[in-house]
Every structure is written in C-alpha cells, then in structure tokens.
Design a binder for this molecule. Structure first.
Ligand code: SF4
Length: 195
C-alpha cells in the first residue's frame, strides 16, 4: 500500500495520542474520533521556487483558508518540496527562513521608478511599468541596432541594452526568454545562475 507523507504523519499522530491516553486509563474510542486535525490539512498548498539563489529549490507554500472573499490570504508555512528533483524536500538556512521574507513589511510588492536626477522612488502601476520598459527598449534599439558591420557583413546586433534572466524559471520559460533576447539582437545576455 502506498502511504503519502501526510497520511504517514496522521497515522503516527493518531497512534501516539491513543497509546498515551490508554496508558493513563482512559477510553481512547471517543478521543480518537476527535483527534486534532493536521494543521496544514485545510490550507491551500502552492508549489513555487525559492527566489534567493540559482540552485532554485522547490517549495511548498501553505496559505490560510479557501480563498473566501472575507478571508485575507496569508502564507503561514513554507517547506521544501519532497517531489522536487533539485532539493528533494531540503532547504538551506536562507530558504528555510523564507516565511519572514514573504511576510516582511519591507518587501517591495509594486513597481517603482526613480526618474533621472531624482532622489526619490515613485510608485507606478504595472501598466505604466510595462509601457515604460517597452518605450525605452524600442527607443534604444531604434537608435543603436547594427544590421551590418564596417565590412558589410550582416551582424544584427544590439549592444547598448543587456538582459539578465532568472535561473528559477522553468525550461520552457528559459527557452522562450533566450529566443526573445536573441531575436532582438541583444548580445549582453546572462543568467542569475552565474551571479
Ligand atoms: S533554499 Fe537555499 S540553496 Fe535552495 S534556492 Fe533557496 S537559497 Fe538557494
């Protein structure tokens, strides 16, 4: 019989409670039927990837409740994903402390911009951020794209903008990122895995 990790802990928890109470002379029948539910049983489980380093360990993140409108979603437990091929359930100390990072009041959760010459960062919307990135990328590429070199050879290169990709992405995202970057002619292209 295949027993999942969660079932294993439930069975162990129930067995331990039952034998301890029986040793004290109580009937365990009623008590066992009301055994306390595993604390993650009604949480929402979400798979993700640790954001810290290029190892890209897999995570299981547990958040409150069933996403009802009057309930505020909050992640309250994070652990290594035992099914993830990179870390097989383990996390280093940084990854093990991710809960504080996720719930930190200092965490940046929206885009900001600091205009040239300005001292302050200004909050902008995601639409404004994407528009701004697209406009700046196009303007720089229009001004600096080189189709042919001095010898007349086709080079199709754009060297004034660089791109840093995330190593925590999936293979598919990495493939598409590479295609987009090279299609634009970007030469300066690196990955978080080497940082
Ligand atoms: S848990 Fe540690 S080793 Fe794994 S990705 Fe996060 S920081 Fe890197």
């Amino acid at each position: 019989m295949q027993v999942t990790r969660r079932q294993f802990f439930r069975v162990c928890g129930a067995g331990l409670s039952g034998s301890t109470i029986a040793a004290m002379g109580f009937s365990t029948g009623e008590a066992l039927s009301q055994v306390r539910e595993f604390k993650l049983a009604r949480a929402t489980e979400t798979r993700n990837t640790c954001t810290y380093c290029s190892v890209s360990c897999g995570l299981l993140m547990y958040s409150m409740g069933d996403k009802a409108k009057n309930a505020q979603a909050k992640i309250f437990h994070i652990e290594g994903d035992p099914d993830h091929p990179v870390n097989r359930g383990t996390l280093c100390p940084k990854g093990a402390a991710l809960l504080d990072y996720v719930n930190s009041p200092h965490r940046l959760t929206h885009p900001e911009v600091r205009e040239p010459g300005a001292k302050e960062w200004k909050r902008i919307s995601w639409d404004q951020a994407f528009d701004r990135i697209a406009k700046l990328v196009k303007a720089d590429r229009d001004a600096n794209f080189v189709a042919k070199n001095a010898d007349g050879d086709t080079v199709n290169r754009w060297t004034t903008t660089a791109f840093l990709a995330a190593s925590a992405s999936s293979n598919e995202t990495g493939y598409i990122t590479h295609k987009v970057v090279r299609t634009l002619g970007i030469v300066g292209f690196d990955n978080q895995a080497r940082v």
